[in-house]
Design a protein around this ligand. Structure first.
Ligand code: C2O
Length: 512
């Protein structure tokens, strides 16, 4: 792991995480990108250097710190053409921001084009040396991080617009593909009798995953950085961008056990998914067990976590009045899909009837240049919000969107939110009392789904909200919430000097 202050060198190199060699986009030569370990309250100062040289993939880049609120540091949010222009080869940019009082499990990834699918993705954990709830989960070790990724053998610019399959799934950067070599798998070592807090990070580009460990339950205590009351389950469905912490008790006979991550498709909470898609795995090995693979066949996940079982530990209620319509502003964002051909399915998503297309001038730069809230580009995709309001957002699914690669995991930048209505629930199933709090939510797979979230506008700046299936973002599934536009110039100043130079450098690089 690395500390949150230092240099990150982004390079191209050939790697073979599943035995198949391909060129990839790597931080410090590694996939996944190295774990960044921080402490509560730390100031992050990461000087990122773009050393990319492979023209078969994007050579410009940004880095987004997924789940970090970036209070008064919107310019460090790392979203290409929303909060900055991308860095160019030979260039550097220092992401300088405070973690405030956030703790828990996060990750970082490129937010330019579909670049994170090519490798620029890694975990970020914020520890709390004085965690007030430590006694509650009383673990012997909390160093294990399990990252789940899907993996393609082709670089993203060569993939069809909506990939229908993935080549392999990786746990901590190792996996196997169908009919591929029997490469090494990740081994997680535990000692019999001990309790572990393990962190699960979905760095997926597309698929959601169902994760389970043979012979062991998982007691979930964290969702997307917020601690929740413990819920013991047998399996977790995790969507692109989400994170969980769970307690694992090493209470089984000394031996080797499979850790499964199966691609889950279709409706949330319906399993098992089709086994024709890659099922991949890692090994949970007790100290004293032989150094061999478990012999058990693939098992079936049982007792799957349902999001509505999760209730936050502190400040459990959703903000605002605890009933439908009790927010200061209710915004409906219907999701639609406009198909342009039949095979392979290609087309564009729209949010609130508008297909998102990146503006050429980042939204933050437009604001700093004095463009008024109502005139911000791209037209129809920027929603200005007033400060200190409770906002309720609903995502009704349309029949077209149901047919286009659901369930869609929607992520809001700059905030975590309360999910007052989850996917798979009915029109009377709103929970304002103690709803799960998180920053990525599945908005479901059926026309009956109308997932609804609430948050407070307490964070100045433009924040993107998008589907975390990276191909869907590229196909227009995004909108920008511009929070307290009149206050941006004052609250975010001084803007770092190197931030201002990014756009001229990018447009010069692009013209050569
Ligand atoms: Cu994990 Cu907009 O990103």
């Amino acid at each position: 792991f690395i500390p949150p202050v230092g240099d990150l060198y982004v390079v191209n190199d050939v790697i073979a995480p599943d035995g198949f060699p391909r060129s990839a986009v790597l931080v410090d030569g590694q996939f996944p990108a190295p774990l960044i370990k921080a402490n509560k309250g730390d100031r992050v100062q990461m000087n990122v250097h773009d050393l990319l040289e492979d023209n078969s993939m994007q050579r410009a880049l940004t880095i987004h710190w997924h789940g970090i609120n970036q209070h008064k540091s919107n310019y460090a949010d790392g979203v290409a053409f929303v909060t900055q222009c991308p860095l160019v080869p030979g260039g550097s940019f220092e992401y300088d921001f405070s973690l405030g009082n956030q703790t828990g499990t996060y990750w970082y990834h490129s937010h330019f084009s579909e670049q994170y699918c090519d490798g620029l993705r890694g975990p970020l954990v914020i520890y709390d040396p004085d965690d007030p709830f430590k006694d509650m989960y009383d673990v012997d070790d909390e160093s294990t991080v399990l990252t789940i990724s899907d993996w393609h053998h082709l670089p993203t610019p060569k993939l069809p617009e909506f990939p229908l399959s993935i080549n392999s799934t990786l746990i901590n950067g190792k996996g196997r593909y169908v009919n591929g070599p029997q490469t090494d798998l990740t081994v997680i070592t535990v000692e019999k009798g001990k309790r572990y807090r393990m962190r699960l990070v979905s760095m997926s580009c597309d698929s959601n995953f169902i994760v389970w460990i043979d012979g062991h339950n998982m007691t979930v205590i964290e969702a997307d950085g917020d601690l929740h009351q413990p819920v013991t389950v047998g399996a977790i469905q995790i969507f692109a961008g989400q994170r969980y912490s769970f307690i694992l008790e090493a209470n089984q006979p000394i031996g080797n056990y499979w850790i499964w991550s199966q691609t889950g498709t279709g409706a949330p909470f319906v399993y098992p998914g089709p086994l024709a898609t890659p099922v991949n795995s890692a090994i949970l090995r007790y100290i004293g067990a032989s150094e061999s693979e478990p012999t058990a066949n693939v098992s079936t996940p049982t007792n799957l976590l349902n999001e509505t079982q999760l209730h936050p530990l502190s400040n459990p209620a959703a903000p605002g009045e605890p009933y439908r319509g009790g927010a200061d502003q209710n915004i409906n964002l219907p999701i639609d899909f406009l198909r342009t051909s039949l095979l392979p399915p290609t087309g564009n998503f729209s949010v609130n009837n508008t297909i998102y297309e990146s503006p050429s001038v980042p939204v933050l730069l437009q604001i700093l240049n004095g463009v008024p809230a109502q005139k911000l580009l791209p037209p129809g995709s920027v929603i200005p919000l007033q400060p200190n309001k409770v906002i309720e957002l609903s995502f009704p699914m349309t029949s077209n969107a149901v047919g286009a690669g659901p369930p869609h995991p929607v992520h809001l930048h700059g905030h975590s939110f309360s999910v007052v209505r989850s996917a798979g629930t009915g029109p009377n199933d709103y929970n304002y009392k103690d709803p799960v709090r998180r920053d990525v939510v599945s908005i479901g797979s059926t026309v009956n789904d109308n997932v609804t979230i609430r948050f407070e506008t307490d964070n100045v700046g433009p924040w993107i909200l998008h589907c975390h299936i990276d191909y869907h973002l590229a196909a227009g599934f995004a909108v920008v919430l511009a929070e307290d536009v009149p206050q941006v110039a004052e609250d975010l100043s001084p803007i770092p000097v190197d931030w201002e130079g990014l756009c001229p450098a990018y447009y010069e690089f692009n013209s050569t």
